[in-house]
Design a protein around this ligand. Structure first.
Ligand code: HEC
Ligand code: HEC
Length: 287
């Protein structure tokens, strides 16, 4: 029964999306050496919970991009995301809201206080809710600064999550999936394998069953999220994780959940856990 379904899904995929059999593996002869000095791990042993679903190795999306795109991420001067990082750093020390406080007034040096934060998000907060980095930022803005919440996909939010994410660059993704996080993780996993849209396709149909193959002349990766928010050359702008989820669900001609929704935070936790062990690459560059 399950096999029949899979065969059908792959047939639909091949017919509708021009999936070509041509297998193009992740590049093996390049290293993500940042500014010529700091090497980031673009492969890691697959986490146990995957039970071999991705073979024995997980790969960064960087390894599936062309030479020029890969090069842009190697040098912070060439990486267009650094304009946004700089804007985020400026906001970090700018007072705002009725409390007239800046992030720096409480958290001081971002390099110290935000080190490792990205690598553990999303996580369960002290009220037992699953929060993404964006939730923590907006909680401080609204409850501690008396400022307006930023939109999930607003430029201000992406500037800030890029500046915070950078402080974990090179550290292994290490989201917690047991204990209080387990029920959220289970739901995210269920969603990852649920077929959406007219094409009846799940995340797994593309990013697990077919990574390495070409789809509409695009090279399919494992759909990892260790580089977000990232610069997308096609959009000439910064893209958040949830924006990317929306785009992928839309490609199946399905109706996506909203950025910031409970569903997408659970999906974020599960997808992040598929990349546990990969280096945080924020801010990455993709085409
Ligand atoms: C009035 C003090 C105050 C201000 C201003 C403030 N925060 Fe916070 N922030 C806190 C406290 C307290 C916590 C919870 C305790 C902790 O984890 O440090 C927190 C937690 C966080 C966390 C979660 C850290 C973690 O490891 O879980 C992030 C991210 C964060 N703040 C970002 C920001 C940003 C970005 C700004 C500015 C837009 C900001 N904060 C402004 C006090 C503040
Ligand atoms: C029809 C095939 C298809 C489906 C289904 C699909 N994606 Fe994608 N996805 C793509 C393509 C094509 C890209 C761009 C090339 C790449 O990075 O794989 C992409 C890119 C991504 C990326 C960016 C990876 C990076 O390193 O920049 C993420 C994350 C992602 N997808 C997650 C998901 C999730 C989560 C789902 C399920 C909700 C999903 N995708 C469903 C085709 C798909």
């Amino acid at each position: 029964m399950k096999l029949q379904h899979t065969v059908k899904a792959v047939a639909v995929l091949a017919a509708t999306l021009a999936l070509t059999a041509a297998h193009a593996d992740p590049v093996q002869d390049d290293q993500l050496l940042i500014n010529g000095e700091e090497e980031l791990a673009t492969q890691a042993p697959a986490p146990d919970h995957l039970e071999g679903a991705l073979g024995d190795t997980v790969y960064s999306g960087w390894l599936f991009r062309d030479t020029d795109t890969r090069a842009m991420q190697k040098d912070d001067f060439d990486n267009p995301m650094f304009l946004f990082v700089d804007a985020g750093l400026e906001t970090w020390s700018t007072p705002e809201g009725t409390a007239d406080k800046s992030c720096a007034d409480c958290h001081n040096d971002i390099e110290e206080s935000m080190k490792g934060v990205r690598a553990q998000m999303p996580k369960v907060n002290d009220k037992g809710e699953l929060w993404a980095l964006e939730n923590y930022v907006n909680d401080c803005r609204t409850n501690r600064m008396g400022a307006e919440a930023w939109g999930w996909n607003s430029q201000e939010m992406k500037n800030m999550t890029a500046a915070i994410g950078l402080q974990s660059r090179g550290m292994p993704v290490a989201v917690k999936i047991d204990g209080e996080a387990a029920p959220f993780w289970e739901k995210g996993k269920e969603m990852y394998y649920t077929r959406f849209g007219q094409l009846e396709m799940s995340c797994a149909n593309c990013h697990e069953d077919n990574f390495g193959k070409n789809i509409r002349s695009d090279h399919l990766s494992q759909g990892q999220i260790n580089g977000f928010p990232l610069y997308r050359l096609k959009d000439q702008g910064a893209v958040s994780m949830h924006q990317r989820f929306v785009g992928c669900v839309r490609d199946t001609r399905g109706v996506p959940f909203e950025a910031g929704s409970q569903e997408f935070r659970e999906l974020e936790l599960y997808v992040a856990s598929r990349g546990n062990g990969l280096a945080v690459e924020t801010p990455a560059v993709r085409h």
